[in-house]
Design a protein around this ligand. Structure first.
Ligand SMILES: *Cc1c(COP(=O)(O)O)cnc(C)c1O
Ligand code: SF4
Length: 349
């Protein structure tokens, strides 16, 4: 077994483990984890500093997961938008291909919590082949976004096999991997894995950091290895109540991401996923946070705040309103709230 596999093997997965390691009240938790599995690996466990801290809330099951009556099992209609199982074709030029049902930790707020880590998500050689066939038959697909679960929890051989199959399809220009491993199990980013990944450029990785406490020396090293292999790194952060819904936390996180060579890509409004309602913030809270980023921080540290529209309607950017009036003159406020005007040019077509 490789080191990372051994670490994973020692994860907290039962109420007994939870009681032993975090000394918390586990009444009712058994029922939660029967429905939505728990996995807190020793690395992530070591980053939890106190009960109910931002990392605890992301990892430790909560009774409210079972009493949510507002949200939906599949809010993004991914199942309806799958022409073949586990491949979501929502936008014309790119697809989302689910190739793993395992993660290094099961985030309590996961959009696919209805199936990730459970038998309801069955990845097989057959589902992979069906995906490759679909992509081959649709040459408009220029980009394949590998997700899951976490694709980087597959073995090196499986990852190499998937990348090779995709690279054998000439219309696939770009491969993007979505992985939370750099923040939840950075030791998975071995030199051997990186040597495999770099054979398949142009390859991008979007990772997922939610709190400054996740930016550790180990995470820094994982991102250094990936970036040194020429893999551009982005982060998809989820705005979560009680975890990171504060301007200082988001500013600190975005700056820290740039330092470890990760470009903030999206800040997501939490999806309407059943079992996660207690994590949702108002969209206004997110827009206010964005107002505290634009202009105040390096433009490179500013992600797009986006809401993934229910029903699979796509990602909608939510931006603070800077334009106050649009006519002969454009009137707007800058990041400090100062009013400015700009005389419109006349378009003659
Ligand atoms: C989010 C998503 C993508 C990628 O969208 P980008 O805006 O390019 O990051 C692609 N397909 C599906 C189904 C998605 O949900
Ligand atoms: S790593 Fe991603 S897919 Fe896995 S549980 Fe967390 S949010 Fe869900």
């Amino acid at each position: 077994m490789e080191d990372w596999q051994e670490i994973l093997h020692n994860s907290v997965i039962s109420c007994t483990d939870l009681q032993q390691h975090l000394q918390c009240d586990t009444s009712g938790i058994e029922e939660v984890i029967t429905r939505y599995p728990m996995r807190i690996n020793p690395y992530f466990l070591s980053l939890i500093r106190s009960p109910q801290d931002p990392l605890w809330k992301q990892a430790v099951p909560d009774l409210r997961e079972l009493t949510d009556t507002i949200c939906l099992p599949d809010p993004l209609a991914e199942e309806a938008l799958s022409p073949v199982p586990l491949l979501v074709h929502k936008y014309p030029d790119r697809v989302l291909f689910l190739v793993s049902n395992q993660c290094a930790m099961y985030c309590r707020f996961c959009t696919r919590k209805r199936m990730v880590g459970t038998s309801r998500m069955q990845i097989s050689e057959e589902s992979l082949q069906k995906g490759y066939d679909y992509i081959r038959r649709h040459p408009d697909i220029r980009e394949v976004l590998l997700s899951g679960g976490d694709p980087l929890l597959l073995s090196d051989e499986k990852i190499a096999g998937i990348l090779k199959s995709l690279r054998a399809i000439p219309s696939v220009e770009v491969i993007r991997i979505g992985s939370r491993v750099p923040s939840t199990l950075p030791m998975r980013i071995t030199e051997k894995l990186v040597a495999i990944l770099k054979e398949f450029h142009p390859l991008y990785i979007n990772t997922h950091f939610n709190h400054p406490n996740e930016i550790t020396p180990e995470a820094t090293e994982a991102c250094r290895r990936l970036a040194d292999a020429g893999i551009p790194l982005g982060s998809q952060t989820v705005l979560l109540r009680g975890v990171n819904d504060h301007i200082d936390t988001i500013r600190t996180l975005m700056r820290a991401l740039l330092r470890i060579r990760v470009k903030p890509y999206y800040l997501f409004q939490a999806d309407l996923t059943e079992g996660t309602n207690h994590f949702r913030t108002s969209t206004q809270a997110g827009i206010s946070i964005m107002k505290g980023l634009y202009g105040h921080l390096s433009g490179m540290a500013v992600p797009t705040f986006a809401l993934d529209a229910p029903g699979g309607k796509g990602k909608i950017p939510l931006t603070p309103q800077y334009i106050l009036e649009q006519g002969e003159n454009l009137t707007f406020a800058n990041y400090l709230g100062e009013l400015c005007t700009y005389p419109e040019a006349i378009d003659t077509f």
